[in-house]
Design a protein around this ligand. Structure first.
Ligand SMILES: Nc1ncnc2c1[nH]c(=O)n2[C@H]1C[C@H](O)[C@@H](COP(=O)(O)OP(=O)(O)OP(=O)(O)O)O1
Length: 149
């Protein structure tokens, strides 16, 4: 696994970030980032959550993965982790502005285009494996699909 993403739920609210820098700058996304060497995916999900939002996740559950194929020649695997137990409060960081969003008001038109394909499955409680294709170094979304596991 190369990157992690944290789906943090608090009843009908989901934690999102407005990304201020790096890959996905200007998009709404979920906390996450690159998995460090010697780090487990679950640890990445909890570390990135703290770094990007200030929240302290207590348990991160693996609920699936997305394989991205970029420019037909690069593969990146992103583990998806569900966090329902956490402490603390959200705070703006150098990297992101965190916010709680109603799950019925997720701004899919301002997010990665693949998100609308898989986030609803996760919110419905499924574990998933997806494959998505991008070209032009992430700029153009080609498409892809998900299966429930
Ligand atoms: N297409 C798509 N959909 C949904 N989520 C993502 C993508 N592409 C992605 O890269 N991502 C996710 C994967 C990661 O969770 C983040 C990107 O992490 P990034 O900011 O590059 O990683 P950091 O380790 O935080 O980087 P630095 O800020 O330290 O440079 O988006």
């Amino acid at each position: 696994m190369d990157t992690c993403i944290s789906i943090v739920l608090d009843s009908n609210k989901i934690l999102m970030i407005y990304k201020k820098r790096g890959l996905g700058k200007g998009l709404y996304n979920f906390p996450g980032g690159k998995i460090k060497s010697n780090e487990k995916g679950e640890e990445c999900a909890i570390r990135e959550l703290k770094e990007e939002t200030g929240l302290i996740g207590e348990v991160a559950e693996y609920i699936g993965k997305i394989t991205f194929i970029i420019n037909d020649n690069r593969i990146e695997e992103m583990g998806i982790y569900l966090i329902k137990k956490f402490k603390g409060n959200i705070i703006e960081t150098d990297e992101a502005i965190p916010m709680w969003i109603n799950v019925n008001e997720i701004p899919y038109d301002k997010m990665w285009e693949d998100d609308k394909e898989w986030v609803p499955l996760v919110l419905a409680g499924y574990k998933i494996e997806c494959k998505f294709y991008f070209s032009n170094n992430w700029e153009k979304f080609i498409g892809g699909s998900c299966k429930v596991i």
